[in-house]
Design a protein around this ligand. Structure first.
Ligand SMILES: C[S@@+](CC[C@H](N)C(=O)[O-])C[C@H]1O[C@@H](n2cnc3c(N)ncnc32)[C@H](O)[C@@H]1O
Length: 464
């Protein structure tokens, strides 16, 4: 069958019907995702906030599930109607995010451009896994791609801005707090203590105590930030204000070509020399009233004298998020996490990366659907988000693919499923992972997850 695009051939199953009410936290469905989305979940049409999924890549290898479709056309014929069905479930302001690697990236991009319309592309994200594949004789891929589309870019942008928490903001604020707390104390300098210790010197450190000042804290913070492997955006936050708040400086120049009115050209007076400072060529970004307010609030930074153009302070604690960049570096695997849950699975996607994506493409909550759920990473991430207070619910669909008793970890997985009273297939394994994750969250936070396995031939019972 050719790819099902708008205006092209579509799966004829109608998307109608009233479904059961959505459980508080999630649905686990053991089924082929095509009929599941076209019939079981048809009542969710227009309600899903995010489809985040990781279909088989057609690598030609066999992990657990079938990943050799015999050819690119056959693979596209398999994936296309399923992604089209997922698109039909999206809310008008919803988005789709799909993982893909170098094998089918170009084909999937072409298909999705047609399905969503090129103008609805939100961008491609390169997930740098920091670990090149060992393939000899060709470029060693060390990334996967995430293709991201809005169902309708205009509607998406009204409510959502792909952003993420600044990865190191917490550490930076912590370091600033630690250094600022020392201001006014009389410590022995750390480097002196180090030298005394290293050379076993017979020196009384007490004689070398000296007052630790705000300038010391500022210098130490700057040096610390510069020594960290932070990106440019975070590295700019290397200043400490008089009250210990972390800030960066930003130009206040008018950004557009056409000049603003004269009120945007009023010079700022230097607080020490009393002389006017230079005004940007095209004026300030704000009218004089706003500039006065910024001044009163201590949000403007002057140079040592009037020759430097003043800049604006941006406090880190007020800018904890940043635009989602097109490259995300994340080298970790979740092997240890799954081991700690006692659930074996080959190559699960990292929960941390999944959480970043969910938060980036939604507006603080909503329904997240994964039609190729594997071990249930998307569900796991949604449960963690819900446990920390956000209103996320998920639908995880996984076909009931049998576990192969000839592969050691799958034998273990089948054993685990049977011991837990679940069917010995990948969907049963997913269910067990999600229910272990829910139990762990209940223990740690008291959070009660309401999960439901939906009616399907293989799994038609509650898993809460
Ligand atoms: C790349 S894996 C997903 C792994 C997942 N992201 C995780 O972190 O565990 C793709 C999954 O899609 C499942 N799958 C393949 N065909 C399917 C279908 N028609 N419906 C539902 N799931 C399917 C495979 O069994 C496999 O578990």
């Amino acid at each position: 069958m050719p790819p099902a695009c708008d205006g092209e051939q579509r799966d004829p199953t109608p998307m109608t019907g009233d479904g059961p009410p959505f459980p508080e936290h999630g649905w686990l469905i053991a089924d082929d995702c095509l009929p599941a989305m076209r019939t079981t979940l048809a009542h969710l049409a227009g309600q899903v906030d995010l489809v985040l999924t990781d279909p088989p890549y057609n690598t030609g290898r066999r992990f657990t599930y079938r990943d050799d479709f015999g050819g690119a056309e056959a693979w596209l014929d398999f994936v296309a109607p399923r992604l089209a069905a997922a698109r039909d479930l999206l809310a008008p302001d919803g988005a789709l995010v799909v993982h893909i690697d170098e094998h089918q990236h170009h084909r999937l991009r072409g298909f999705l451009d047609r399905l969503f319309g090129e103008s609805n592309l939100l961008g491609e994200i390169v997930w740098d896994k920091l670990n090149p594949k060992g393939d000899a004789g060709q470029v060693a891929a060390q990334h996967e791609t995430l293709l991201t589309y809005a169902r309708d870019r205009g509607a998406f942008r009204e409510r959502r801005r792909p952003s993420r928490a600044k990865p190191n903001a917490g550490r930076m604020l912590g370091k600033a707090r630690e250094l600022f707390a020392r201001v006014g104390s009389d410590p022995v300098p750390q480097d002196l203590l180090g030298v005394i210790d290293r050379y076993a010197l017979d020196i009384d450190p007490e004689a070398y105590r000296r007052r630790y000042t705000l300038e010391d804290a500022r210098a130490e913070f700057r040096e610390w930030v510069e020594a960290q492997p932070f990106g440019g955006g975070e590295r700019a936050y290397r200043h400490l204000d008089v009250d210990g708040r972390v800030y960066r400086t930003v130009s206040m120049a008018w950004p557009n070509k056409r000049s603003p009115p004269p009120d945007y050209f009023v010079p700022l007076v230097h607080p020490v020399t009393g002389r006017p400072c230079p005004v940007p060529l095209r004026g300030w970004r704000n009218p004089s009233k706003t500039m006065r307010r910024l001044l009163d609030e201590g949000r403007i930074v002057f140079g040592p004298d009037e020759h430097k153009q003043p800049e604006r302070k941006y406090f880190l604690d007020e800018h904890l998020r940043e635009n989602l960049p097109s490259v995300i570096r994340y080298g970790g695997s979740d092997d240890a996490l799954l081991r700690s849950l006692g659930v074996p699975f080959d190559h699960p996607k990292p929960v941390a990366l999944t959480t970043i994506l969910i938060e980036a493409f939604t507006a603080g909550g909503g329904i997240v659907l994964d039609p190729f759920a594997g071990s249930g990473t998307v569900g796991h991430a949604c449960l963690e988000l819900a446990a920390s207070g956000s209103d996320y619910r998920f639908v995880a669909i996984q076909s009931p693919e049998p576990l192969d008793s000839k592969v050691a970890w799958q034998r273990d997985a089948a054993e685990l499923c049977r011991a837990a009273g679940r069917p010995a297939h990948i969907a049963g394994l997913m269910e067990e992972r999600i229910s272990r994750c829910a139990a762990r969250l209940r223990q740690a936070t008291g959070f009660e997850a309401i999960l439901r396995g939906l009616a399907s031939d293989q799994m038609g019972r509650s898993s809460s």
